[in-house]
Design a protein around this ligand. Structure first.
Ligand code: NAD
Length: 475
């Protein structure tokens, strides 16, 4: 069993002041993997202090210096690429294809941010004013477990590009993955105190970060419920907040869709990352005129999905992150049945060939009404809800009838029609016939409408979340 009992503060791996521990188990075998020591308020304050001291000089660095650090972190992550994949497989249960995508994306985000930084104006003349962009201050980065390394990097890159120093509080469930990332960041040779990482729970460490007066900015990715708590906590000191929250995204299959494409696409975006993806298309909106055809094709396609160990290269669906998440998904499946949705495939319990571990059965419900719990709440597991519609107008209304607005998906053979429907979806990103092989290549922003969040990540939009604007007039 690995012991992770140090935080990374002021450029050093330091013993934890907090003494509580959390044991992490394999989601496949439930065997113990690691024991992580959780930081407390003192650890959080130490990290904030280090970041605050480092801010004085880091905020004054040149674009070239910061670009150099971004390049160095990128290189350091890639140098240990295979180890990242191995630990993500072991600790999280990530399947090979998604793990490669996620870790490659985590490294790439630094390169893309470097390009954005080098091209971005930090000062602009507007009439008699010079409008300058200055780093906001110490930023707290709080992240979830479902793509642990990518989520940290996707915040770290723009924060460092902007000239902020940071305290990261990663998910306590991804301590081994984070530890490897911290070693890479350490190897990149940034000045002490620029990046600090404290393991710990949201209640102990997260609350200090979202309330401490020396933290100017909180960037959070996680559930909407916790996002609301953070926003309330941050209000007292008027911190800037970026919140990347939950989703219950619709995938509209238009009546002209080619099912040979649309059905595999529906499963790929519905069950992505073992069903634990914020942008997953978990409400599948199907024209009633083609419902029988779609359900037959879905049943056949799901039966062929390979569920199993993430260590096997061809596994498509691995386990949920832990037993708690497994129980949560089971409760939603039972709730769907109780509320009158009909199981097309899957259902409660584990797949018959996987009697142990956190494996849920890939599940598709039909006869779902958009008012049912399984259509309204984020399940975060491999559960699709098929909802029938009669007209395109009704499909758009159902898609938008959600407290969330993170993502939209559309399948059609008519790109212009898909484009027109996309315009009417209330979401931060809409993909027509496209999977998420795209990341932040061109710096297009990602983020949520409504209760899916506030602010945007990627590219210049991402950096701007860590900058303040100042207008200077000189006579
Ligand atoms: P979570 O909200 O439970 O936890 C996220 C992080 O917040 C963890 O590090 C946790 O320790 C911390 N936290 C908990 N309570 C806190 C508090 N009071 N103050 C400060 N920090 C606190 O989310 P999770 O279960 O780790 O991740 C799953 C959720 O993340 C899903 O809702 C998913 O949709 C969302 N998510 C969103 C995006 C996006 O880009 N919008 C991406 C990935 C995941």
């Amino acid at each position: 069993m690995k012991i992770i009992d140090r935080h990374y503060i002021d450029g050093r791996f330091v013993p934890s002041h907090g003494t509580a521990t959390l044991d992490l188990a394999s989601p496949v075998t439930l065997a113990p993997l690691a024991r992580v020591t959780l930081g407390d308020e003192v650890d959080a304050r130490r990290a904030i202090g280090a970041a605050r001291r480092a801010f004085a000089s880091y905020s004054k660095t040149s674009v070239q210096e910061r670009a150099g650090y971004l390049q160095a972190i990128h290189d350091a992550i890639l140098a240990r690429f295979d180890e990242h994949i191995a630990v993500r497989t072991e600790e999280y249960g990530g399947v090979a294809k998604h793990s490669r995508f996620s870790i490659a994306g985590a490294a790439k985000v630094f390169l893309n941010m470097k390009k954005t930084l080098e091209a971005m104006p930090f000062s602009k003349k507007l009439g008699e004013a010079e409008v300058v962009s200055v780093p906001v201050g110490v930023a707290a980065l709080i992240t979830p477990w479902n793509s642990a390394v990518f989520m940290v990097c996707n915040k770290l890159a723009p924060a460092l590009a902007a000239g902020c120093t940071v305290v990261v509080k990663p998910s306590e469930l991804s301590a081994q993955q984070t530890r490897l990332l911290v070693e890479c960041i350490h190897a990149a040779g940034l000045p002490p105190g620029v990046v600090n990482i404290v393991n710990g729970t949201g209640e102990a460490v997260g609350n200090v970060l979202s309330m401490h007066p020396d933290v100017a900015k909180v960037s959070f990715t996680g559930s909407t419920a916790v996002g609301k708590t953070i926003m309330r906590n941050a209000a007292e000191t008027m911190k800037r907040v970026t919140l990347e929250l939950g989703g219950k995204s619709a995938h509209i299959v238009l009546d002209d869709a080619d099912l040979a494409q649309a059905i595999p696409f529906a499963l790929a975006v519905g069950f992505a990352n073992n069903g634990q993806a914020c942008i997953a298309g978990t409400r599948l909106l199907v024209p009633r005129s083609r419902l029988d055809e779609v359900t037959a094709a879905l049943a056949e396609a799901v039966a062929q999905w390979k569920v199993g160990s993430p260590a096997d290269a061809d596994t498509q669906l691995g386990p949920l992150v832990n037993e708690r998440q497994y129980e949560r998904v089971q409760a939603y499946i039972r709730r769907g049945i109780e509320e009158g949705a009909r199981l097309l495939v899957g259902g409660p319990g584990r797949p018959s060939h996987l009697p142990t571990g956190c494996f849920a059965r890939p599940t598709v419900f039909v006869d779902v009404d958009n008012r049912m719990t399984i259509a309204r709440e984020e399940i975060f597991g491999p559960v699709l809800a098929v909802i029938a519609y009669d007209t395109e107008e009704e499909a758009i209304a159902i898609a938008n009838d959600s407290i969330y607005g993170l993502q939209g998906w559309i399948s059609t053979t008519n790109a212009a029609r898909g484009r027109a429907v996309a315009e009417r979806i209330d979401a931060g990103m809409v993909m027509v016939n496209r999977g998420f092989d795209l990341l932040d290549e061109a710096g297009a922003p990602a983020g949520g409408f409504k209760q899916s969040g506030i602010g945007r990540e990627f590219g210049e939009y991402g950096i701007r979340e860590y900058l303040e604007l100042k207008s200077v007039f000189v006579e």
